[in-house]
Design a protein around this ligand. Structure first.
Ligand SMILES: Cc1cc2nc3c(=O)[nH]c(=O)nc-3n(C[C@H](O)[C@H](O)[C@H](O)COP(=O)(O)O)c2cc1C
Length: 253
């Protein structure tokens, strides 16, 4: 198995590492933005594909990757995993339906609740202790899932049922579909930017660069919140107007 993941604030990366440590400790894990990710998938029979839920859907960056590499999925066994702050309905199912179009065989789906990553919105924000508890619960769930796979060969089917599809669709996706239909051009950089370049170095899309000592964003933001959660001046926002908390997995573990 190989683990391919998108992860902005580190939640999904952590969950992939945790699951692989139980089911296939020698398996490689590679960020989706890596130049070798498509080739690594070509060379593997089985893929754990993981991403954060965005608006009860698959992030556009992941959909774009799947479509751009449409020929690599045929007959691959894919285990879809999504992490979410509260609810995704059929997050894993959204990726599964797209992958099936290209001939993939879906062997399972896993939904894991993790701390919310939206740094510039108060909704869903929890105390440090509560976020730590959420991470511990997530680890427990992943370990139990991993043991079931290893001992009984049974994969979870989170998000793959018709009922989950309805929950995801009517729970949120229907109203927010447009948000994951393209990359975003809404990244805002404030006067407080000192041009340190941390955002540009971290962006998985190469969407940020430093021009005349200030960060400048292009129109290919994956909405991953990695730059926002790392900016030392809290100068970057996307969905909200100011940073309320720089959410990062490494603060909650
Ligand atoms: C743009 C955006 C949209 C999100 N939408 C949802 C959502 O619809 N439901 C949910 O439960 N969590 C949502 N989240 C929270 C993330 O899915 C969650 O925090 C995830 O674990 C982040 O993973 P990462 O650190 O690997 O990027 C959203 C996060 C972002 C940045």
């Amino acid at each position: 198995m190989i683990g391919i993941y998108m992860s902005g604030t580190g939640n999904t990366k952590h969950c992939v590492g945790k699951l692989l440590s139980v089911i296939d400790p020698k398996a490689e894990m590679i960020p989706i933005e890596s130049e070798e990710s498509a080739d690594k998938i070509r060379q593997s029979d089985m893929v754990l594909l993981a991403f954060p839920t965005q608006f009860s859907n698959v992030p556009f960056m992941v959909k774009d990757f799947i479509r751009r590499n449409s020929e690599i999925w045929k007959d691959k066994k894919i285990f879809c995993m999504t992490t979410m702050g509260a609810f995704s309905g059929d997050g894993a199912g959204c990726a599964a339906r797209l992958l099936r179009k290209y001939g993939a065989k879906i062997i399972g789906g896993l939904h894991v609740r993790m701390p919310d990553a939206v740094c510039d919105n108060k909704m869903l924000k929890k105390s440090l202790e509560e976020n730590k508890r959420i991470v511990r619960e997530a680890d427990k769930k992943i370990e139990a899932v991993g043991r079931k796979i290893v001992n009984e060969g049974i994969y979870p089917q989170d998000g793959l049922s018709f009922m989950a599809h309805l929950a995801g669709l009517f729970g949120q996706r229907l109203w927010f579909y447009g948000k994951t239909a393209h990359y975003s051009d809404k990244l805002k950089i404030s006067e407080d930017c000192v041009g340190c370049g941390i955002c540009a170095n971290n962006c998985p899309m190469g969407n940020l660069k430093i021009v005349d000592g200030k960060a400048v964003a292009d129109n290919k933001c994956a909405m991953c919140y990695r730059c926002i959660s790392h900016c030392p001046k809290q100068a970057i926002t996307l969905l909200g107007k100011e940073v309320v908390e720089q959410c990062r997995y490494d603060r909650y573990c």
